[in-house]
Design a protein around this ligand. Structure first.
Ligand code: SAM
Ligand code: ZN
Length: 223
């Protein structure tokens, strides 16, 4: 569910009704992570395609309108399909909308021919909750409160503390923010290839290296 859109608190009922499926190897139950979740009922193998994420296709603007960020915590049923379209599973969605996020996922989402599918990335035993990494887009303008707004409760030892996809250079800072210590953020490191001041000697050396790289590019070694 990679999206930057925040949402309304009241979007779903808090108490789960168990739904059983004869075709799917999973069912919806109450989850320790949040609200309802989806749990394996049979053994699932790596690569098994489990369910399509469906919902009403809407624009990003409409998604922002439907789920504003003026509430205490986020709760969305949105999935970004591409630059123009978001699926809102609150309308026309299936059980896929109850799959929670984890920083240590056993599933992934695959976009193929304009469809979103959830697939297992490891063998999953019955009773295990199905989870994938939502990887909410990082925004450089995020402040400590925004990060706390997206706090993760996956419970994994590998939990990064937030559902957001945090840039590597900011990870220690984010950990501090999540602990309530609003330290100043470090400067964003320069991108590879960004213009740097170089001495004449280094520039000559660099140019020589570049030519060599061009010559060898595309050469395949045989075993
Ligand atoms: C598509 S819903 C998943 C189903 C949800 N548990 C429910 O009962 O409606 C996505 C929402 O579930 C919650 N959620 C999912 N995974 C979470 C996690 N690891 N930590 C905190 N909240 C999570 C967030 O509120 C998120 O916006
Ligand atoms: Zn987590």
């Amino acid at each position: 569910m990679p999206t930057t859109t925040k949402s309304a608190k009241h979007a779903v009922a808090r108490h789960a009704t168990v739904t059983r499926s004869t075709t799917h190897p999973f069912e919806v139950r109450r989850s320790r992570i949040q609200g309802r979740g989806v749990f394996a009922t049979r053994r699932i193998r790596t690569g098994q395609r489990l369910i399509q994420y469906i919902g009403q296709p809407i624009s990003h603007e409409e998604a922002d309108r439907r789920y504003d960020d003026k509430n205490g915590r986020h709760h969305t049923f949105l999935f970004v399909l591409d630059e123009d379209t978001v699926l809102d599973a609150r309308r026309g969605g299936n059980d896929a909308r109850f799959i929670n996020h984890s920083c240590e996922p056993n599933c992934q989402t695959v976009i193929e021919d304009g469809e979103i599918w959830i697939e297992a990335i490891k063998p999953i035993a019955p009773e295990t909750e199905l989870v994938y990494d939502y990887r909410f887009d990082w925004d450089d303008a995020y402040e400590p409160d925004d990060v706390r707004y997206y706090a993760c409760r996956c419970g994994s030892a590998k939990c990064r503390g937030t559902i957001l996809r945090v840039p590597v250079y900011l990870r220690p800072t984010i950990r501090q923010w999540l602990a309530g210590n609003d330290v100043k953020r470090p400067r964003k490191p320069m991108k590879k290839g960004a213009v740097k001041k170089v001495t004449k000697k280094r520039a000559v050396k660099k140019a020589a290296k570049k030519t060599l790289a061009k010559k060898t590019a595309g050469t395949r070694r045989r075993a």
